[in-house]
Design a protein around this ligand. Structure first.
Ligand code: SER
Length: 404
């Protein structure tokens, strides 16, 4: 089943169960100063969770998301991204844990036909209700359930200590066992395995608290549900692939990038190719939504992603430009769900092309200077460059300090 069909099956499944299909919000959140980018399906429904808006009881969406917390590992792990699509179903003072768990189970096992015995779950260690539903009603054996603490089973994860303020609650996560054929070296208990064998698919949040200014969690007047499932991961498991980068969402981008390389990629350079494919999606869709490359805020995130991609491309001798030629392929793989991408193609092309050219020139000048400075430093038997030199590279030549 391709990703277009999976996305549609998800929305149709919940629409058939009384959920209004709501269009993805922009990646640039409206009226929400707590966020740089939209990073979850629930963001656009915060006022519904708080009971301020009462226009919906049940909703479902496929939400464009950008998260930068995992940027350094993107490409090196099977499942992490900067841009991803979050499939979600939401209940606002309507159904609660029992229905949310049953819906998720039915969707995965009946619609997506994932084998029941390959599904594992975690619940919050104080959440007896969720544990009982999984064991007594869904009849998952206890050995396939992990009872974990706030770090993994409360959403947002740091909410009790750090915030942010807003709706939150305990959660239950569903994992898919990729099996020992694809991940042969995994020997740990499934809930501690970090090899990627047990891929997290779906997070079911039982949104029953509001974190207030003083850090207190006060019970919400209503019991709500907020779920989020990464389309890329679901596609990976449904399509029987080892990593998200082998699914139809990424495969055309990877094929394109491989053609820009002088040699077939090694396992190491393939990771670089995956990271570039990831960044290409994020910058195309980010610019399309109005996050243009600049030196601060969300514009800087986009600029940084562009620069990382170009730099990574250079390290494997790819032909330049790298990102601009990928624009049409990114749009082809995503425009079914986000048709606005077709309208903005021309302006994305102009902005990205200009940014890419400018940074390539900066790199040429900066790299030459950096190598001269390095030679001088070595002659003086210094093992590091001076702060002054690093600053001059950045300030006068625009060469990013993280590259230096
Ligand atoms: N808000 C939760 C998450 O982002 C579930 O959608 O994981």
């Amino acid at each position: 089943m391709n990703s277009v069909a999976i996305r549609k099956r998800f929305l149709d499944f919940f629409s058939g169960r009384g959920h209004a299909i709501i269009k993805s919000d922009s990646l640039i959140p409206k009226n929400d100063p707590t966020l740089l980018f939209t990073g979850a399906g629930m963001n656009q429904f915060k006022e519904n969770f708080l009971g301020i808006k009462k226009n919906l009881n049940r909703a479902t969406s496929s939400q464009k998301c950008i998260r930068t917390g995992d940027l350094d590992v993107v490409g090196t792990t099977p499942y992490h991204h900067s841009f991803f699509e979050m499939l979600g179903n939401f209940s606002f003072n309507d159904y609660f844990k029992r229905e949310a768990i049953q819906f998720a189970w039915d969707f995965l096992t009946c619609e997506m036909k994932l084998a029941k015995e390959r599904l594992f779950v975690s619940v919050h260690n104080e959440d007896e209700e969720a544990f009982e539903i999984w064991t007594k009603e869904i009849k998952i054996p206890e050995t396939r359930i992990a009872r974990l603490g706030d770090d993994s089973n409360f959403w947002p994860a740091s909410v009790r200590t750090l915030g942010p303020n807003g709706p939150c609650g305990p959660c239950s996560e569903i994992f898919f066992d990729q099996g020992d054929q694809l991940y042969p070296n995994s020997r740990k208990h499934w809930s501690q395995d970090t090899s990627g064998r047990f891929g997290e698919i779906w997070n079911l949040v039982f949104t029953q608290f509001n974190r207030e200014e003083n850090g207190m969690l006060s019970p919400l007047g209503s019991k709500n549900i907020d779920t989020g499932m990464g389309l890329e991961r679901l596609a990976c498991f449904v399509q029987g692939k080892r990593t998200n980068f082998e699914t139809d969402l990424f495969e055309p981008l990877i094929a394109h990038l491989k053609k820009q390389m002088p040699d077939s990629p090694s396992p190491e350079t393939l990771k670089t190719v995956c990271a570039i494919a990831d960044h290409a999606r994020a910058v195309v869709i980010g610019i399309s939504d109005g996050a243009h490359p600049t030196n601060e805020g969300r514009g800087y995130v986009i600029r940084k992603l562009i620069r990382r991609a170009i730099w990574k491309g250079r390290t494997c001798n790819m032909t330049m430009p790298i990102l601009t030629p990928l624009i049409s392929t990114v749009i082809q793989t995503l425009s079914d769900a986000y048709p606005e991408l077709n309208q903005t193609e021309q302006s994305v092309r102009e902005i990205l092309n200009r940014e890419e050219q400018k940074f390539s020139e900066t790199l040429d000048v900066g790299l030459k200077l950096l190598s001269e400075l390095t030679v001088q430093a070595l002659k003086r038997k210094h093992k590091t460059l001076s702060g002054e030199d690093v600053f001059r590279l950045y300030d006068t030549f625009g060469f990013p300090d993280e590259l230096t």
